[in-house]
Design a protein around this ligand. Sequence first.
Ligand code: ZN
Ligand code: ZN
Length: 441
Amino acid sequence: MIPFRILRRSLLAAGAALALTAPAQARDVTTDKAFVDGVLDRSYAHLDALYKDIHQHPELGMQETATAAKLAKEMRALGFEVTEKVGGTGIVAIYRNGPGPMVLVRTEMDALPMEEKTGLPYESHVVTTWNGKPTPVDHACGHDIHMAAWVGTATALVAMKAQWHGTLMFVGQPAEETTQGARAMLADGLYQRFGKPDYGFALHVGPAPAGTVQYRAGAYSSNSDSLEITFHGRGAHGSTPNESVDPVIEAARFVTDVQTVISREKDPGKFGVISIGAIQTGSAGNIIPDTAILRGTIRSHETEVREKLLEGIRRTASAVAAMSGAPAPDVDIEVGGRAVINDADLTARTAPVFQAAFGDKATVMPTPINPSEDYSEFIIAGAPSLFFSIGGYDPKLIAEAAKRGELLPGNHNPGFAPTPEPSIRTGVEAMSLAVLNVMAP
Ligand SMILES: [Zn+2]
Ligand SMILES: [Zn+2]
C-alpha cells in the first residue's frame, strides 16, 4: 500500500452527527485508555526493540519465516495458542476468554523489494534472492510498525482480560504487497479451522502526523487490478518499416489513447486510474521488434468504474492493433486487492471511542485512499470490519518539511521513516480500545 493523504478535515460536524446515532458508551474510554497506557509504559521498550529488530531484518512476501517465528514467540509468551504455516508463512494466534464474540486483529508481515535510504541507525541492509536476482529488502510500507502495535495490542488485551469475554484471533498475514497472503490463509481454511470472526480490525501507518487516527465507513481503499498486454506485429529492419507491423507503435498509441478512457469515459467525479509502469520491447535501434509487452495497474473504488475501465482497456488495445493491421493483442487482467469496505455499524460503534480517546486527533477520512489492500478478502469471506489509518511522522518534522515546501517521504519511498513513538503507541491504544469496545460492551 502507498501514500496516505494527510487528513485535515475538522471532525466537529461529523463527530456530532455520529454521537447522535451511536449507541451509548457503557465503558469509560478515558479509564480504559489510561489502563492501556499503563501497560504500554511497562512494555514499550520491548515493543520498540521488537520493531527495530523486525525493521532491520525485513523479509519479502511468502519468505517471512524469521518474522513469523518472532511473532509466534511473542504471542506464545502472552498465552496465545499459535498455529504456524497457515497459508504459507502465516500465523494464527488464538486467545480464548469465555463466551463472547470472536474478533480478528490482523497485521501484515512482508517488506518490499527495494533499497532503504533513510540513514536510520536501524536501517536495513538485507539483500535476498527474488526472481533469481539479489534484491535489497526494506520495510518501506510500515508493516513493522503494525507488527509492534499488534503485539502491543495483544499485551494490553491480555492484561485487561478480566474486563472482556470472547476469543481473540490475531492473524499475522504474509504477502500483503502482492495481495496473495489473505487469500492464501483463507484457502488454507482460516475460518473453517479457527472459526469465523464476528468482527475484524486492521490498521495502516502513513505520513500523517503521529498520534492521529483516521477512519471512514464504506470504501477505505481501492480495487487494484494488474494489466499485461502483448501487442503482436512483424519484425523487420529499421530501414524497411513497410515490411513490418510495428508493435512499438501499437504500444505507444495504447499508452496515450487509454488515458481517454479516464478523461472522457469515466465519470470525472469518481476515482479511477490506469498507469502503465513498464514497456518491454525491442533490442536495438535498427530492428523493429515483433512483440511489445506492457504492464500496468488499474485502480478504482467502485465496481461500476472498474468494469468501465476494464472494458475501455480491452477496446483500446484491440483498436490500436486493428489500426496497425496487427493480430489481436493478448490482454491479461489479473485481479489484485479488492476494495476494503468498512462496515457501517462497526464504524459507527467505534467512532465515539476514537473521538473520546483522541479528541480532534481522530478524524473522518473524506475520501478512500488510492492504494489497495488484500485485507478486503477477510471481509468478503464474512468478517465485518473496520480498517483505519494512523499517522506516522512527528508533527515537528512535517512542519519543518512544509516550511521547505516539501512533503516527507510516504509509504513505498526508500526514505519512508515513520517515528516509532508515538506511532506504535497510538496503534496499540486505538486497536485495543476498538477491540475492547466490541468484547466488553
Ligand atoms: Zn505497501
Ligand atoms: Zn502496507
